[in-house]
Design a protein around this ligand. Structure first.
Ligand code: ATP
Ligand code: MG
Length: 431
C-alpha cells in the first residue's frame, strides 16, 4: 500500500525546528506584552462574506487564494487567509470598543491561502498578528512600528531588515491620485500583465502591488501617491516620521507600497530582508481606519501588522551559529536491572516535578548502549545505578564529556542535580 503524504504547500514542523518557533513565539509575547498588548484567540474559519467584505473583492486573496467550502448546512465558510478581519469581527461582536482605548490585541496561528508553494511561501502558513484599535493619533503608528522592530531586535535579527514606509492617503481623497495613475497607466497598458490590465479597470491602485517582473518598470515610473496626499494625511505622515526619527529608527519612504489588502489608509509599512530571495517581505501592516465601520461596527480607527513566522524562522536558522546546542534533557538516569529501576522511578518523578529535564532508562539495556544513547541525546550528566550502588543506596554521577565520575548518596541526588542544572552547558551560554 502506498503511504499518504501531506497536502501540497502544507508542512510539518519537526521537533528540531519547533524549538525555533518557540523562541519566536516567546519573543513575540514578551515584546507585545511590554507594550501593553493582550492575547486574543480566534477561530480558524469564518463566514466567507467576512473576508469578501473586509479584504476587498479585487484583491488577490479574495479573488483566487481563499479556501472556501460549503459546510453540511450549505453555508459558505472560509479558512482565514489573514487575522485582521476575524479580529474586527470579534471586536464588534463582543463590544470591545467599551474598553479603554487604544485597545491593544495580538494573536498568532495558521493562515490559509491557495498560492504557488515555494521556499517561504506555503498554503498553510503562520502569522503573528497585532492590532491597536480606537486611536487615530499618528504617534501610535510610530509606536506600533517600533514594537515590530523591537520584536526582531529581541531575536537578534534587527540588522537583517529594512523598514519601508508610505502613506496612501484617505479613501475619499485617493480618487485624485487614482485619476493620475490611470492617466499614466492607460497608454502603457500593452506593457502590463493581463491581471494588471483588469485591475486598471476595476481597482487601479492594486497595480502598484503587482509582483510580475514585466510590470515593474511601469510601476517604478508611476506618479508618487505622496504628491497627492490631502493636507491631513500629509500631516499625519509627517508626525509618524517625526516619531520614528525621535526613536532613531531608520526607514525608506516607498511611495509604491500599497500592500495587498484593500482596507489600508494613510500609513503602510513593510519589513524586507535581502536574505530570503524572492520572498523578501517578513512583515507588513498599516492603518485601516474605515474597516470596523465597513464591517458593521463603530467608526473606530485601527492599525496593525502581520509577521510571517516561517520567514522569521528561516532568518533565525541562517543566523544561528553552528555551535547551537539543542536544549534536550540534561540528565540521563540509567538503572541497570529491575530493582534499580524501581528505586529510580520515584527519584526521576520527584526531579521532574521540580522542573529538571531528564531521561530515564528502563533497566533492560547494557551500560554501553545506555551511555551511547545518552551521548546521542546530548545529555550532560549520566546517573548510573547498578546492584553495587543499590546495596549502598548510592549512585554514580558521570560527566559525559570528560568521563569523570563520582559517587553520591541517592537521597542527595535530586538536590545535586538541581545545583548542577543551574550551570550552563557548553555552547549554551547566554541563550
Ligand atoms: P507577499 O508579498 O510575500 O505575498 P503579502 O503582502 O501577501 O506578502 P501579508 O498578507 O501582508 O503578506 O502577510 C504578512 C506576512 O505574512 C508577509 O510579509 C509574509 O511574511 C507572510 N506571508 C504571506 N503570505 C505567505 C505565504 N503564503 N507563506 C508564508 N508566509 C506568508
Ligand atoms: Mg501575498
Amino acid at each position: 500500500m502506498s503511504s499518504i503524504r501531506a497536502v501540497r504547500g502544507v508542512r510539518d514542523i519537526l521537533p528540531s525546528e519547533a524549538r525555533r518557533w518557540q523562541r519566536v513565539e516567546a519573543a513575540a509575547r514578551q515584546t507585545f506584552e511590554a507594550y501593553g498588548y493582550d492575547e486574543i484567540r480566534l477561530p480558524l474559519f469564518e463566514r466567507t462574506e467576512l473576508f469578501a467584505r473586509g479584504i476587498g473583492d479585487e484583491t488577490d486573496i479574495v479573488k483566487k487564494e481563499m479556501y472556501s467550502f460549503d459546510d453540511r448546512s450549505g453555508e459558505s465558510l472560509t479558512l482565514r487567509p489573514e487575522a485582521t478581519a476575524s479580529l474586527m469581527r470579534a471586536y464588534i461582536e463582543h463590544g470591545l470598543q467599551v474598553l479603554p482605548k487604544p485597545i491593544k490585541l495580538y494573536t498568532m496561528g495558521p493562515m490559509f491561502r491557495y498560492e504557488r508553494p515555494q521556499a517561504g511561501r506555503y498554503r498553510q502558513f503562520h502569522q503573528l498578528d497585532v492590532e491597536a484599535l480606537g486611536e487615530p493619533h499618528p504617534a501610535l503608528d510610530a509606536e506600533v512600528i517600533a514594537m515590530l522592530l523591537d520584536f526582531f531586535g529581541g531575536l537578534g535579527l534587527a540588522d537583517r531588515l529594512e523598514l519601508h514606509v508610505n502613506s496612501i492617503g484617505d479613501p475619499r481623497t485617493r480618487s485624485a491620485y487614482t485619476a493620475l495613475l490611470v492617466a499614466y497607466l492607460e497608454p502603457l497598458k500593452a506593457q502590463l500583465c493581463g491581471q494588471c490590465r483588469e485591475r486598471l479597470a476595476r481597482n487601479p491602485l492594486r497595480v502598484l502591488d503587482c509582483k510580475v517582473p514585466e510590470c515593474q518598470p511601469v510601476i517604478e515610473r508611476a506618479p508618487s501617491i505622496l504628491d497627492s496626499l490631502p493636507p491631513e494625511a500629509r500631516e499625519h505622515f509627517e508626525t509618524v516620521r517625526a516619531g520614528l526619527d525621535a526613536m532613531a529608527i531608520a526607514y525608506t519612504v516607498d511611495p509604491r507600497l500599497v500592500r495587498g489588502l484593500d482596507y489600508y489608509v494613510r500609513t503602510t509599512f513593510e519589513l524586507k530582508t535581502k536574505d530570503l530571495g524572492a520572498q523578501d517581505a517578513v512583515a507588513g501592516g498599516g492603518r485601516y481606519d474605515g474597516l470596523i465601520k465597513q464591517l458593521g461596527g463603530p467608526p473606530d480607527p485601527g492599525i496593525g501588522f502581520a509577521v510571517g513566522i516561517e520567514r522569521v524562522v528561516l532568518l533565525l536558522a541562517q543566523a544561528e551559529d553552528s555551535a547551537f546546542v539543542q536544549r534536550g534533557p540534561r540528565v540521563a538516569l540509567i538503572p541497570l536491572g529491575e530493582a534499580a529501576l524501581r528505586r529510580l522511578l520515584p527519584v526521576a518523578r520527584s526531579a521532574r516535578r521540580q522542573g529538571l529535564s531528564l531521561e530515564l532508562g528502563y533497566g533492560a539495556r547494557k551500560l554501553p548502549r545506555e551511555l551511547e544513547r545518552a551521548n546521542r541525546l546530548g545529555v550532560r550528566w549520566a546517573v548510573i545505578v547498578g546492584d553495587n550502588e543499590l546495596a549502598k543506596d548510592e549512585a554514580v554521577l558521570r560527566e559525559m564529556v570528560s568521563g569523570e565520575q563520582r559517587r553520591l548518596p541517592l537521597g542527595r541526588l535530586v538536590d545535586e542535580l538541581r545545583t548542577l542544572g543551574q550551570a550552563p552547558a557548553h555552547g549554551e551560554e547566554g541563550r
